[in-house]
Design a protein around this ligand. Structure first.
Ligand SMILES: [Zn+2]
Length: 244
């Protein structure tokens, strides 16, 4: 039971833009997944999402996975091993996790956008070899503190390589999100940077970032700029009433 059923009914719009898209999980007004052609990525992607990550509007984990043929999204708090998650024997040392610590790429390897660091937070010596060895990437999806929880609950992550990012530009999120990760990037931007670099294919980054920009444009368009007063003149302009 809601306190104000009348108010809620008044806000329902004719074309029901709140209906979820079965693919990206977003409300229809924010769905940008139509027409995405999955990329045949060589470096696999595993996104682990904290169960309480609830940014259905601006979260990008599912959208990222839709872009890639070899990507998995798992929601949970802990898993016994990487092999268990993937369902096949895997050497975690051939996988890299986007590291959450305070290491700054610019400080440890100036000029590099993707840096492999050791447990002390220093850049490993032979970066190119270390990058070439990476078969898959693990991204933790959620707020910074949720990602931190995932890190501490999954000791197998300590066996993975660690990578940090030195993005040349700030996240496209801009001011829309208050709690960015330490590198400030969204999951889709981080995946874009990593896969494009590891595979030497800038087109991967272009495709993922373009989707993200479309999502942000939709979001800016769809979100109310003021408290939700009924604005029939505006609604009727976009969604004429044709209700059965
Ligand atoms: Zn969708």
């Amino acid at each position: 039971m809601t306190d104000e059923p009348a108010a809620e009914a008044a806000q329902a719009t004719p074309a029901d833009p709140n209906a979820d898209c079965p693919h990206c999980g977003k409300r229809r007004a924010l769905c940008v997944c139509e027409g995405i052609t999955p990329i045949d990525n060589t470096v696999a992607l595993l996104i682990l999402q904290h169960p309480q990550e609830q940014d259905r509007d601006l979260g990008t984990a599912r959208l990222t996975a839709l872009h890639l043929k070899h990507a998995q999204l798992k929601i949970g708090l802990s898993w016994p091993s990487l092999s268990k998650i993937l369902g096949r024997p895997t050497d975690p040392q051939r996988w890299a996790i986007l590291y959450l610590g305070s290491v700054k790429a610019e400080a440890v390897a100036p000029g590099r956008d993707v840096v492999v660091v050791n447990k002390n937070g220093n850049a490993v010596e032979d970066q190119e070899t270390a990058l070439r060895e990476i078969e898959g990437i693990v991204l933790l999806d959620g707020t910074w503190s949720q990602a931190k929880t995932l890190w501490w609950r999954n000791p197998w992550m300590l066996k993975c390589k660690r990578v940090v990012l030195g993005p040349k530009r700030p996240s496209r999120y801009g001011k829309l999100r208050r709690e960015p990760r330490s590198d400030g990037l969204s999951t889709i931007e981080a995946a874009a940077m990593l896969l494009a670099r590891l595979e030497g294919k800038p087109e991967i980054a272009a495709a993922l970032n373009a989707s993200f920009e479309r999502l942000l444009a939709r979001y800016r368009e769809a979100r109310p700029t003021s408290p939700p007063h009924p604005r029939p003149w505006r609604r009727s302009r976009h969604k004429p009433k044709h209700r059965q």
